[in-house]
Design a protein around this ligand. Structure first.
Ligand code: GLA
Length: 391
């Protein structure tokens, strides 16, 4: 695993030993954060997405216990939390919700585990839209599956991790984040059909271009309530459109033309949501064709189209994200830029010519500081393998 950060691994091992001692064996697992090149808010509409897993990851150093106690150490926060497998009640502190959610899913499936102890940490920025939560869930479940021989496949791990987030954490996310974290392959993006769960890998050429994330460092409080509202608005659209074609189960089954034909009945807001989603689903397919042709500038132009739609039609952007994307339009070294993930903060994803990256970052940092008085973190990401054991 070329991109594994050996200092993070060494550190998590050290933290584990500090907390739990070195008189027994333990294992280390890694699960990465994700980016998404194109296909935003399409996963819960059964459409296509184009994510990849990156060289920012969560690490768990973990071993089983002889009792039914779970002891967790969040190394980055220097906090501990313990619970018994018989009592999965929700603590006030939110970080253990992910681990509790995973244990709950294991129990709901009728699988048996004993207690365990783990130290975990990593370098996926939290709240930046790189899905640190999905990485955490997939990492723990992958580890428990291995340690207790639960017999789960990767797809089970993805689905159970998503359910943990939906049912215990209470976020109605789609399947993209967990899928990307678990199934990532180095130097490839994956086109996932969120209806059939068929997946195809496409090599992502990184010789001429780099992927740079610019982190607004803001997360507006609207994020989760608006996310759930968007889901409902899409469902409202489906209810109306299926009157004209009963085969329509989700917006994946509708076309931009059909949406246009029922514009008045959908009403302004739902119409704009449905327009964006049906166009975005098609855009992922077109973008993949461009990728296969090696036409990165045209691929990048699609990213800008996505941003425009997310800003004006789907309305999940925010001034900070719009500012950063707009700023790139003056820079000839940037071929594509857009907000990434759920929205209302987090990162923009930028496709930048390699030899222009230094100047690009410098310019963006200066401009953001001037406009918002915030130091802009920029992350140059590499695409790495998905969840696995660190040997
Ligand atoms: C969040 C969710 C994903 C997906 C994106 C938007 O990251 O967790 O399931 O819906 O937003 O594309």
């Amino acid at each position: 695993m070329a991109a594994t950060d050996s200092s993070l691994i060494a550190s998590i091992k050290e933290k584990y030993i500090e907390k739990f001692g070195s008189d027994h064996d333990f294992q280390v697992f890694r699960s990465p954060g994700r980016i998404n090149l194109i296909g935003e808010h399409t996963d819960y509409n059964n459409g296509f997405v184009l994510p990849a897993s990156v060289d920012k990851a969560v690490y768990f150093a973990i071993s089983s216990r002889d009792d039914n106690q779970v002891k967790l150490y969040a190394a980055d926060l220097d906090e501990t939390y313990s619970f018994s497998l018989d009592d999965l009640s929700k603590p006030e502190s939110s970080w253990p919700h992910y681990q509790l959610g995973i244990v709950e899913q294991i129990q709901k499936r009728g699988l048996e585990i004993s207690g365990f102890q783990a130290a975990f940490g990593g370098n996926v920025p939290v709240g930046a839209g790189l899905s640190s939560s999905a990485a955490l869930e997939c990492c723990l479940l992958f580890a428990l599956n291995d340690i207790f021989g639960l017999g789960l496949g990767r797809l089970d791990i993805v689905k159970m991790s998503q359910k943990a987030e939906n049912e215990y954490v209470g976020v109605q996310c789609g399947i993209m984040d967990q899928f990307a974290s678990a199934f990532g392959v180095s130097e490839s993006v994956m086109r996932l059909d969120c209806r059939s769960l068929d997946m195809e890998y496409f090599p992502f050429p990184m010789d001429e271009y780099m992927i740079v994330l610019c982190d607004t460092s803001v997360k507006h409080s609207l994020a989760s309530s608006e996310y759930n509202t968007r889901r409902l608005e899409c469902e409202q659209g489906v209810e109306i459109l299926k009157k004209y074609d009963p085969a329509i189960q989700s917006l994946r089954d509708a076309s931009p033309e059909l949406v246009e034909a029922h514009k008045d009945e959908l009403g302004d807001v739902v119409y704009r949501r449905c327009k964006f989603i049906t166009e975005e689903i098609q855009r992922v397919l077109d973008a993949c064709d461009l990728l296969v042709q090696g036409n990165l500038p045209a691929f990048g132009a699609k990213m800008y189209e996505t941003h425009d739609g997310l800003q004006h039609e789907y309305e999940v952007s925010c001034p900070e994200l719009d500012f950063l994307v707009l700023k790139t339009r003056e820079n000839a070294d940037v071929v594509g830029s857009r907000m990434m993930g759920g929205g209302f903060g987090g990162c923009t994803i930028n496709l930048v010519k390699k030899n222009g990256v230094d100047a690009f970052e410098e310019e963006m940092i200066l401009a953001y500081k001037k406009e918002y008085d915030i130091d802009l973190p920029c992350y140059r990401v590499k695409i790495t393998d998905g969840t696995g054991e660190v040997l």
